[in-house]
Design a protein around this ligand. Structure first.
Ligand code: AMP
Ligand code: AMP
Length: 226
């Protein structure tokens, strides 16, 4: 029997279309919180937002769609620009929980816009812009890292703590193993910089990470004051 080329070619076209149209699909999120003390005491230093020095608490860096193989999509929809009116109702919480610290002039709107355009546009199949930011704020409430670490006797007191102890404390407090990212301060100490926890692709629940990010930490790391 002659193969049915028209059926075959239609199938190939359909396959190509599905790859093109849905290449922004992703497997899970990293919800990334940052310790401001570690962002600020490096060589690049930091600048506070207009409304002053943020509280000594972890702040949100981002909610990043990821693939199970360790890669991630970015800048998925150039037509979807950041729209401040979408977050008007939660602007107070955004300023508190998601402050920008970059220099020369820290600009919250620029930071949020960057996060939406680079990462948020890649989860638009699950969360629109309002939902994206509200989801991150909710996750921050659910994962109170400062309390969890405090309860385990781990404080931002410039002390050194074992990486293992920090991971275990978060695993106990949250139920899931975190990824820990360190950076290096101006005295070359390895310090607690960002904590990654994994979230299912709807943004509702924490999950075990399909893959942990690279940690770049020494076995003893500093938890700097802020
Ligand atoms: P790094 O080089 O690890 O400091 O990362 C620089 C930037 O790359 C981050 O601020 C993110 O925007 C992006 N990035 C790194 N790892 C990931 C990831 N797993 N998923 C999404 N974005 C990432
Ligand atoms: P991403 O590319 O999504 O991680 O974001 C990386 C960019 O965000 C880099 O240019 C960083 O310098 C910047 N960045 C990281 N943390 C902060 C922060 N707390 N405030 C403002 N910018 C930040």
């Amino acid at each position: 029997m002659k193969p049915n080329f028209s059926l075959l070619s239609r199938l190939i076209v359909l396959q190509c279309l599905s790859v093109l149209c849905c290449s922004q699909d992703f497997d899970f999120f990293y919800f990334v919180q940052q310790w401001p003390g570690a962002y600020c005491d490096t060589k690049h230093s930091c600048c506070y937002p207009k409304n002053g020095k943020p509280a000594a608490d972890f702040s949100i860096h981002g909610l990043w769609p990821n693939y199970k193989d360790g890669s991630w999509p970015s800048n998925c929809d150039p037509d979807s620009v950041f729209d401040k009116s979408q977050i008007e109702e939660v602007i107070g919480n955004m300023e508190k929980d998601w402050p920008s610290l970059s220099c020369p002039s820290s600009n919250n709107l620029r930071f949020w816009s960057h996060e939406w355009e680079k990462h948020g546009t890649c989860s638009e199949s699950e969360l629109d812009q309002r939902e994206y930011f509200e989801t991150a704020l909710k996750l921050k409430q659910k994962a109170n890292l400062l309390n969890i670490l405090h309860d385990a006797g781990i404080k931002a007191d410039d002390g050194f703590y074992s990486l293992k102890r920090i991971k275990e404390a978060i695993k106990k407090g949250l139920g899931f193993t975190p990824g820990i990212e360190c950076n290096v301060d101006s005295r070359h100490n390895s310090q607690l910089y960002q904590v990654y926890v994994c979230v299912d692709s709807s943004g509702s629940d924490f999950i075990e990470c399909p893959i942990l990010p690279k940690s770049k930490c020494d076995s003893q790391i500093q938890f700097p004051k802020f």
